[in-house]
Structures are given as C-alpha cells and as structure tokens.
Ligand binder design. Sequence first.
Ligand SMILES: *Cc1c(COP(=O)(O)O)cnc(C)c1O
Length: 351
Amino acid sequence: MGYFRDSIEQMTGYVPGFQPKAADVIKLNTNENPYPPSPRVMEVIRKLHPERLRRYPEPLGDTFRKAAAEVLEVKPENIICANGGDDLLAICTRAFCDGRRPMAYAQPTYSLYPVLAQIQGCETIELVRRDNWLSDLAKVNAPLTIICNPNAPTTDFIDIEELDKLAGALEGVLLIDEAYVDFARDNAIRLIRNRDNVIVLRSMSKGYSLAGLRFGYGVAQPALIEGLMKVKDSYNVDAVAIAAATAAIRDQAFFWSNVEAIKSERQRLTESLRLLGFEVPDSQTNFVLARCVKGSAKELHEALAQRNIYVRYFKLPDLDDKLRITVGTPEQNKSLVMALQEILSREGTKR
Ligand SMILES: *Cc1c(COP(=O)(O)O)cnc(C)c1O
C-alpha cells in the first residue's frame, strides 16, 4: 500500500496556466488583469506597520468584511473571506461534500471543481451545458451544485432569474462562482436576500488586479457563513492581504475605470478576431474563446508561443478547436492580432 489515500494516488492535480519567467512576453493565458492594482493598494502595503506582521491577523478578516459589505450593500455577517476564490471553493467542498454527498456541475467549466471533489473523496455528477442543463441540475438535486457565471471558459452568462429558479428547486446548496462577474452585465448578490442556500463566490484576482495577493470572498446568509467559518483555516487570510484587499475594494472609482477599459478592449479584440475568421461569441468575462476555423488551435497556440505570446489551449472535447485569450492592453492585443494575421497568411498552415 502506498502512502497516499486511494483518491489522491489516482488523481492528477490541477494544472495551472504556464507562468513564463521571461519579462518580455505577452501573457494572455491565465486571465490576469493587464493593468496594475489601485495605487491605494501599494500605499497601504508600503505603510504597513511591522506590528501587523508580528501579530496574528484578524481571524475573520473583519476590516475587509466591513468594507465589502458597504460596497455590496449587505451586512458584514453575510461575508466570509478566503485566500483566493479557490480557497472558498475548497472550503465549500469540505463543508458540503463527502462520500454520500456528491457535487454537481455542467461541463465545460472551471477545471478545479473535479479536482477538489477528488481530494475530498466525493462523487461528481457532470452534466453537459446543452439544452435543458439548468433544469437537469435541478432534477439531480445534489447537496452541492456549482455554476460558474459568467462561465469559464465559454464566456456566456446565465440570467440571474434562472439561477433564482434553480436555487428554489434545490434542497442543497447552490454555489455561484462569480470570479468574472466584474466584467458581466449583472450579478447574483441580490439572491441571498431570499435564498438561504445560495453562496456567491467573488475573487479579487481578475477585476481588482490582485491575483498575486490571493484574496476572495463568499456572500451568503449568516447561517451558511457561520457554518463555513467552522471549516476554514483559522487564519486563512493574512494581514497584508486584508489591508491590501480592503484598500482595493474601497477604491471603486479606480476599479470601475479599469473594468470599463477592459470591456471596451474586449469588444475591439472580439471584432479583430472575427475579421481574421475566428468564431468568437460575445464575452461577459475578461477573456474571449475563439474558435479557429482556418487553422488548428493547437498549431496556432504553438506558433504564438514561439513569438512569446501565450494564450490558453485545452486538449479537451469541445475545446480543442478553440483558443482562450485573455483581454490584454491595447498594445498586447494588437501584437496578438498581428501575429495571428501573419501566422494564418503563411503558406502551409493546415488544419
Ligand atoms: C480565477 C477563478 C477563481 C478564483 O481565483 P482566485 O485567484 O483563487 O481568487 C474561481 N473560479 C474561476 C472560474 C476562476 O477563473
């Protein structure tokens, strides 16, 4: 017998997007925000008193909870802080799933969900995002249902009324992963008023340019939050992260101008890619999913990498003819489009 539990021995871990070491690359493969975080964030980090590092941080991140509650127009008791949105996903898996309590979601979606289920040793019920998949999820009625909205990597957005209906039909918890919601037309926070089984996940990694800080949070009714508090690590958010994330969420003016810049650049990138012959659905996220009609996605991905331009390619059913491209700065997007134009016009690019 090996050292590891069977489910750990058998699983492959989550594979994060490639993080190139070189500085002169165009990195559009992990949906990071291309702009720096609010200057207030850097100021708070520079001015942090050593005493804040000597002592343990606030166990519940109350400073952040208070600031976020004001912005979202909820109460601090509605918020749980997490060491990135991924930490909240792990907390929820630990809290709601076990050998008798499966997790349900529909593919394609965020590839971390099955990994967390496997670590926890719970079953997964995987549907396909096709036809009546929302009402099928209601019929499955799993103890934990996860919906990524807007969805990664497909970039589409489910109307909040549909999610409300699903929450009403479920006896278990509905976790709505809103990691990309800052770039979308609506959000699900209002559902927590009437639904005691909904938890909304938020991340500071994308809209707030803080992927390196590791900060996310969940919004739900206090009973759900209190239960999750029992499951989290005692100090799951550190003192630097609490101070920086609080400064970031307090600077709503900076946040909105950043988000607007990316949304208008998303539109331009979408149109440029369509002109090159890609099929690109309208995106509600900070990335686009481009179907390669003219060349093979795999070959395009490699040809771009040779030019130090990194995008994401998934060798998966339904996705292996597409490239996931993060919306970068106008200059980065222009370089990408020019490189694609050149690669596609080269003779010998076959499907
Ligand atoms: C980025 C992301 C998260 C959370 O990311 P963190 O960096 O851990 O906050 C959660 N779900 C999806 C779908 C994501 O893309």
